[in-house]
Write a protein that binds this ligand. Structure first.
Ligand code: SAM
Length: 279
């Protein structure tokens, strides 16, 4: 039996399904978790691969440690989405993290990932610093009043429940709850195949952020080339030096992908991606 990703009508990756561990239509999306000999346990939502045991460390380390180590003292963190717990696990590695608010729309994703993908969260959902809110992330930031130092949007693609997390109103509401040097990082699609997501984000961020950057990370099971991660800050801020990053990263243990060199290098963009960053 094979699992065919259906993100693209005319092309896609497929996996040999060794065993289907769980499958259901939740209140928001179709959820399946299956095992594959090469990638371990794999989760997909609405036909799109979300995460695998084998390569999740790449994406989660780069979505978290780039903003967290760019910020001088990230204490209050907001995670939108991220129901598998990988982002949360990495955020909690930071000694500076005093409070983490996670807003995930689908309780079933959290429950099933704790059960079938325990190595993603590794108990992070029990951490006393966490406030887990089951709600639409866009609705939450609209009504929320507290301020955050780092916001990480680990959403599905802009289809179904994830669509609202790519809209201008969501970004404007995020800006309202970000401190003056707060950082917003977004899952921003694979530019080789979803280049419009880079252009849309770049344009929608213009009135909000003086710093509008993207960085690239190659995640094997996000098919089609490196994934773009949006990186927005209200002020015009330059990157920390390699020396500062080398100092800051000393507080983290168990990294398998992130290095200060990769951090800075990931912002070096190929021409075709730079050409997408037009107002
Ligand atoms: N790393 C994956 C990627 O890059 O596509 C995303 C993984 S994570 C499982 C995506 C999460 O976003 C899912 O748990 C989904 O339920 C959640 N999500 C989608 N739309 C949402 C919304 N409007 N508010 C909060 N969470 C949402």
């Amino acid at each position: 039996m094979r699992y065919q990703e259906t993100l693209y009508a005319d092309w896609g990756q497929n996996f040999e399904q060794h065993e289907v561990l769980f499958e259901m239509n939740t209140d928001h999306q179709h959820l399946i978790i299956f095992s594959n000999k090469r990638f371990g346990r794999v989760m997909a939502l609405d036909g799109v691969i979300q995460t695998t045991e084998a390569d999740e460390f790449i994406y989660h380390e780069m979505m978290v440690h780039v903003p967290m180590l760019s910020h001088p003292n990230p204490e209050h963190i907001l995670i939108i989405g991220g129901g598998d717990g990988g982002i949360l696990r990495e955020v909690l590695k930071h000694p500076s993290a005093k409070s983490v608010t996670q807003v995930e729309i689908d309780q079933s994703v959290v429950d099933m990932c704790i059960k079938y993908l325990p190595n993603h969260s590794k108990g992070a959902f029990n951490d006393s610093r966490l406030n887990l809110v089951i709600d639409d992330g866009a609705k939450f930031v609209r009504s929320n009043k507290s301020q955050f130092d780092v916001i990480i949007t680990d959403s599905t693609d802009p289809i179904g429940p994830g669509e609202t997390l790519f809209e201008s109103h969501f970004y404007a509401d995020c800006a309202k709850v970000m401190g003056k040097n707060g950082i917003l990082v977004t899952q921003n699609g694979v530019p080789y195949l979803q280049g419009d997501e880079v252009t849309d984000t770049y344009r929608r961020w213009k009135p909000l952020f003086q710093t509008r950057r993207f960085y690239l990370t190659p995640v094997p099971t996000y098919a089609g080339g490196a994934m773009a991660m949006g990186f927005g800050i209200k002020q015009a801020i330059s990157h920390p030096s390699i020396e500062i990053l080398k100092e800051r990263v000393l507080s983290l243990n168990g990294l398998k992908y992130y290095t200060p060199e990769i951090h800075l290098g990931a912002f070096g963009l190929p021409k075709f991606v730079l050409n997408l960053m037009v107002d």
